[in-house]
Design a protein around this ligand. Structure first.
Ligand SMILES: [Zn+2]
Length: 295
């Protein structure tokens, strides 16, 4: 089994990310699997200098040691371009010059502006205009069984339309890069937050087109604060404090519905994690999408 944690270097690790990292770590280690660290740093405008280092230090401080060397997506641009070209040759992708404004106007409130109606499929690209690349999604039904959230069936054309694989600013789209890296790193178990579940059908579709194996998916709940907002960099979630990692892990295990004995509250972090690996029961989180945190 090979799992991975793939944060974006857009700030220090906050509690919500640490929660997902811990779940992925336990899922891998409880099966004697590998757990890799990858820095998803393609969205250059959003990257914050020093974040990749601070993420590594935080994981180390919490005893979440990864295997092998760290992968950086920004070092794989040529590989992504190779696969973009492959799809282009197969006429599965096409350039799109639509602006956000055009898509909103076109939708006229009847259609969600994020569901692309294929406007540029049969339109010549004006010279010198910036364009995104979109992938064709005709008649594609994607079904999958999530290990925590159950069975899902998506109609790609109706629910997403032709989606972007390379953005107008030349940045490779998140779901495209992720599919390729997971394949290159032979990742066969993906543990991540429930907020990414809706990305899954797009990724499975890309895996199918590129002839890749589809990994097992496990979408764990997201943590919300007392007001019900997801902890994220956008909501200014505070970076986790490194002063008492054992206590934080103990609390996070509670939010993962695991039940560490109270005696372990003061135990060294390695001992607490050993207990958690030996007793990891992801089934206790079944069908839970959100947990709220009040510490
Ligand atoms: Zn277009």
């Amino acid at each position: 089994m090979i799992g991975r944690f793939a944060p974006s270097p857009t700030g220090p690790l906050h509690l919500g990310s640490l929660y997902t990292a811990l779940a992925g770590f336990l899922q891998a280690r409880s099966q004697q699997g590998l757990w890799l660290l990858r820095i998803d740093d393609l969205d250059i405008p959003r990257n914050v200098k020093g974040s990749a280092d601070s993420i590594q230090r935080t994981l180390e401080a919490f005893g979440l040691h990864w295997d092998g060397s760290i992968a950086f997506q920004s070092q794989h641009i040529e590989v992504y371009e190779y696969f973009i070209n492959d799809l282009q040759v197969r006429e599965l992708i096409y350039p799109c010059t639509c602006s956000r404004k055009e898509l909103i106007n076109n939708a006229r409130g009847e259609l969600h502006p994020d569901i692309y109606p294929g406007i540029c499929r049969h339109r010549e690209v004006k010279p010198d205009s910036d364009y995104a690349l979109r992938i064709k999604t005709d008649f594609q039904n994607i079904d999958f069984q999530d290990q925590m959230q159950g069975f899902f069936s998506y109609d790609l054309a109706r629910q997403y339309g032709d989606f972007v694989v390379k953005r107008k600013d030349n940045i490779i789209a998140y779901h495209f890069a992720v599919v390729i890296d997971d394949h290159l790193q032979q990742v066969n178990q993906i543990v991540r937050g429930h907020d990414l579940l809706a990305e899954t059908p797009k990724q499975i579709y890309l895996q199918q087109l590129l002839g890749f194996y589809t990994p097992a998916y496990m979408h764990v709940p997201v943590i919300v604060d007392r007001q019900g907002y997801k902890l994220s960099k956008q909501t200014q979630a505070v970076a986790v404090a490194l002063t008492s990692p054992g206590q934080v892990i103990f609390e996070l295990l509670g939010l993962l519905k695991q039940r560490p004995p109270v005696e372990l509250k003061q135990a060294p972090i390695a001992e607490l994690l050993d207990w958690a690996i030996a007793h990891w029961k992801p089934t206790l989180l079944k069908n839970i999408q959100v947990v709220s945190c009040d510490f």
